[in-house]
Design a protein around this ligand. Sequence first.
Ligand SMILES: *[C@@H]1O[C@H](CO)[C@@H](O)[C@H](O)[C@H]1NC(C)=O
Ligand SMILES: *[C@@H]1O[C@H](CO)[C@@H](O)[C@H](O)[C@H]1NC(C)=O
Ligand SMILES: *[C@@H]1O[C@H](CO)[C@@H](O)[C@H](O)[C@H]1NC(C)=O
Ligand SMILES: *[C@@H]1O[C@H](CO)[C@@H](O)[C@H](O)[C@H]1NC(C)=O
Ligand SMILES: [Ca+2]
Length: 456
Amino acid sequence: MHVPLLLTTLLLPLLTTSQKALVYPGPSFKSASATQIASCDRVRTILWDGKQLLALCPGRSTLGQIMAIWEDQPGSGNWQNQTILTQALIGVPGQGEKAPEGWNHGFAFSEGYIYMSTPSAVTRWKHTPGDRTIMSPNDGQVVVRNISAPRDASGALLGSTTRTLTFHNTNTNHLFVSIGNVADTEHNPYHGLVRWFDVSAVPEGGFEFYSQGNIWSDGVRNAVGMAFDASGNLWAADMASDIQNRTVDSMTLAQSHEDSPLDEINLLKKDEFYGWPWCFTAGGTGPSAGKQLAWNPTNDPFGDAWCGNATNNEPPMATVPAHVSPLSMTFLADASGCGTDSHSFPCEMKGDMFLALHGSVTNEVPKGYSVIRVPFKNSLPQQSSIETIFEVSDLVNQCKDEGTPKAFTKCVRPVGLTFDNRGRLFVGSDSTNEIYMVHFGGGGSSSNAGAAGVGK
Ligand SMILES: *[C@@H]1O[C@H](CO)[C@@H](O)[C@H](O)[C@H]1NC(C)=O
Ligand SMILES: *[C@@H]1O[C@H](CO)[C@@H](O)[C@H](O)[C@H]1NC(C)=O
Ligand SMILES: *[C@@H]1O[C@H](CO)[C@@H](O)[C@H](O)[C@H]1NC(C)=O
Ligand SMILES: *[C@@H]1O[C@H](CO)[C@@H](O)[C@H](O)[C@H]1NC(C)=O
Ligand SMILES: [Ca+2]
């Protein structure tokens, strides 16, 4: 089932004299172009509230912020911005006084509230589309509390700490919260799953995550990119384990790590199990490629036969290469305004999934560092038609992190992803603090729209 991602040829950015070169090498495109519209400290998630963009920027040390970004006239290209909420780091009683938490990724808007998550809680603030009034940090209401966020003896958080938030497309009070793993080997009721809450009636002090959250899907190792499609199906991009404790197709752990295990695009069905911590999707080109295998084939009953049986372990609907880290997912929806003008993504892409791949940090040859389109047909992803929309140019020569030899983190690392209502795609890069507008049909250029220089 695994077909390698089709990579586009690298195109160097074409700069006209009126455009400034980007501080970091800009992305290149197959059939789109991009403009930097704002900068925001460690931007992670971007959403469209119906009238403007909102960016969640956790910051690097002290203050997280929510930034509103809008055009003075729709389509003018004259971008404005305003920070509407800031958050100091929060000490969690009994846990996090030493290493306090802040917003780190989860961000959603529904029914008059914006929702943000920390590793331990989900909190909401009232918000009206287009409103840019500065809000008080004290006006937040806790919606979900006591999400299991274990810490080591020094107080540092263990395991996956993002809690992705998304709302059902029609049941707009149904909040879905994804929590990743702590250990790669242990199954427990607190981690590696998606729970949901009806936030039309929030109990005093918020829902207790474990006892008052409804399980939607289990065995999902670390679903950070997560979104509903227009048919009401919940999709999640699951980052597979970095460990590989077995030989696959005669290759040892070290030999197969480059291509295996694959990161997964899963259709999350109610009450289904997705394999963590026992199963993974083999990559590579050998006879096992695309198969569901067990990390430990002698771990009765969770061996290869168990993992390969879809009654026990739902296989992914599509895959992306090993370790690329799909951190954000969005769809070109009816409300996304395809075909509005010559910059819009075309309507033949309506219903398609777009994924931000943050990029690998353990592969010899870096992979990801791009935004891809996953075409959908009859409500299902079409593996063989996956294409790159936006990718870092000259990654290998210019983007290497000297301290971490397998990380290529000095350039753009796509993480936030949303469409507006004019068919334009917006991409946030947490490594460079940049927010890009990607419009279709430009043909391989990128520019800086005069936003403040980026820094690291
Ligand atoms: C906010 O917008 C103004 C006007 O376009 C621009 O000069 C400034 O750099 C922007 N600031 C950020 C943080 O993006
Ligand atoms: C918080 O969750 C843990 C499990 O992670 C549970 O044991 C504990 O009772 C919960 N605490 C409260 C106050 O609900
Ligand atoms: C790895 O394999 C060994 C023996 O084959 C087993 O003891 C261990 O639990 C396995 N680890 C995982 C993560 O499955
Ligand atoms: C798959 O698992 C189910 C449930 O354990 C079992 O009933 C079924 O026979 C299995 N299918 C195969 C092909 O082994
Ligand atoms: Ca799986």
